[in-house]
Design a protein around this ligand. Sequence first.
Ligand code: ADP
Length: 481
Amino acid sequence: MIESPLLAELGGYIAGEWVDADTGDTFDVINPADGDCLARVPGMGEGQVARAVEAAHDAYGRSVSAEERCRWLSEIAAALAAHTTELARIITLEHGKPLREGAAEVEYSAGFFSFFAENLHRLEAEVLAGRPHGLQWKVHHRPAGVAALITPWNFPLAMLAKKLAAALAAGCGIVTKPASQTPLTCIALYGLMHRIGVPAGRVNLVLGKAGPIGKVFCTHPAVRLISFTGSTDVGKVLASQAAPHLKRMALELGGNAPFIVFDDAPIETAVDALIANKFRAGGQTCVCTNRVYVHERIAEPFAAAVVDRTRRLEVGDGMLPGTDIGPLIDRNGFDKVAEHVSDAMRRGAVRLAGDDPPRPACDWGAFYPPTVLVGVTPEMLVCREETFGPVVAIAAFAGEAEAIEQANATPYGLAAYLFTRDPVRAERLVRRLRFGHVGLNTGSGPTPEAPFGGMKASGYGREGGIEGLLEFCETQVVAGS
Ligand code: ADP
C-alpha cells in the first residue's frame, strides 16, 4: 500500500467533500512494476456521477473574478513545484515510468497552470474596430459551462493539467474522470486544490467504470463540453454518444508518428532525439515515434547508432536510480507490442536489438526489452498501428516523394518529426505533413505555450496555448448603440 502525505484522502471529490462510492464498491490500483496493491479507491455509479456534474453546474453558476481564478492557477503551479518529489513518486508507483520522468512530468504540468495564469487577460472582452451598422460590437469569452475531463494513464498528471488549468482559467465547473490504472496522482492534485481553497463544487472528481461515467457525461444536460484524451476508438464512442445532445468536444486521440531523417541531417542530433522521444514512458506516449524513415544513403550507420544507444538502456522498476525504461502498463500492452514485433519479423523485418521476453503471468511485470527492427514495410502492424511500446521500427526511403507519402499513409495525424539541414526542403515538406505537431530537427513534444492537437483520426480541438484556453469558452457578442 502507498503511504503518502498527499494521499491522506483516497476518495472521489464532490462539492468540496471526499466521498466513497454510494454502493461501497472499490477497485485496486496496482504498481505495474511489482504487482503491489497501492490503494483501494471507490468505484462510483451513475447517480453519484450525476451529483458531481450538478455540483459543478452550481459552482459554474457562481461567477468568479479573473483575479481569483488567477490566484488558484498560480497557487496550484506553486504547490506542484513544492511537491515535485512526492508527486513524481506517486506517478512512478502507479505508472511505472522512471522517477526522473515523473519529476519532469510534474514540472511540465505546473507550466500549464502558470501559462494560463499569465495569460488570463487574453480572455478580456474586445471591442471591434469600426462601428458596423453604426453599433458598438463587443466580443466576450464566457466559460463554456460544465466541462467533463477524461484522461488516460500514460501521463497521469500532465494530461489532466492541460485540461484542468484551461477549464479553471475559463471559469468552467469541472468534473474529472482519470484512468483507473492511475487515479492516485489525480487524487493528490485534488488534495492540493482542496488545501489551496478552490471553492466547493468548482472541481469534482469521479472514479470508477468508464462506460457508465462516460454515459452520464455524454447525456447529462448540464455538461456542455467533454475533453477527452485516449484512444480513437473510445473517442468515436464518446462523440457518437454526445452527438444527439450537441455537446462540444475536444478529442486528443491516438497517433502514429513518423520520424523522417534525410541524408543531409545532423545524424547524431537525430539519434539523440529519437532515443529520447521513442523511449519516454517506455514508448507509451501519443507523440512517440512509431515509424522511422531514413534516407537509404545513411540507413545503415543510422540504425547502427540507434542499436548501440538502445542496447545501453536499462529496463526495470522506475523507482530504481539506473532505470531508463519501466514496465508497460499491463499485459494487454505487452501483448500488443509482442504481436507487432512478431508480425514484423514474420513479414521480413530484421531485429537488431531486443529479444522475446517471457509473457507476464498477470497484469503487472510487463517488462519489454527495447527493440530495434530494420527492413520495416508498410503492411506491417508496426507501421499501421500505434505500437505503444519500446520498439524502433526503421524503413529506408529513396527520395522526398516516397518519404512524404509513407509518412502521411496513416489515418492518424498527431505528431511528426523531420530532420534535414535544408530549410527549403523543410518548408516544402512540413507544409505537406498532415500532422498537428511537427518537430523540425527536434524530437520535442508539446509545451504549455503552444496549441497541441491532432488532424484526421487523431481528433480535434487543441490543448495548450490560447487556443487551448478558448476550447473551454463560448464566444458571446453584444451589439449595442
Ligand atoms: P488507453 O488505451 O490509453 O487506455 P482509452 O481510450 O481506453 O485509452 O482510455 C482513456 C480514458 O478513457 C480512460 O480514462 C478510460 O477509463 C476512459 N474510457 C474508456 N472507455 C470509455 C468509455 N466508453 N466512456 C468514457 N470513458 C472511457
